[in-house]
Design a binder for this molecule. Sequence first.
Ligand SMILES: [Zn+2]
Length: 106
Amino acid sequence: MEDDDDDLCININGVSHTILCGICKEKISLIGEADVETRQAGCAPCGNVSDVQEVARIATEYAKDEAQLMLNRMARDTVRQRKFMTFSGQTEHNETYRFIITDLQF
Ligand SMILES: [Zn+2]
């Protein structure tokens, strides 16, 4: 499998998202030899490196969490315009993800 584009991506709802380092928000890359069995990927400057499967798992978890937060933020903004309603859901991540994605949309 030859690929000129080194960016690591995961597919969410049919859309490819580039995985970023959760610490510095830079693109991550594959690390080490291409033909080893368990490839590693991550952000070398941050020392934020994991197995590729683990990277994908964390980024997917982030995406799920982020999707819920986006819905909550929308609900909060709707509620803000109505005087007698309050919204108490979570709108920010309460844990730090080592790997994240951007451009998540519905
Ligand atoms: Zn980093």
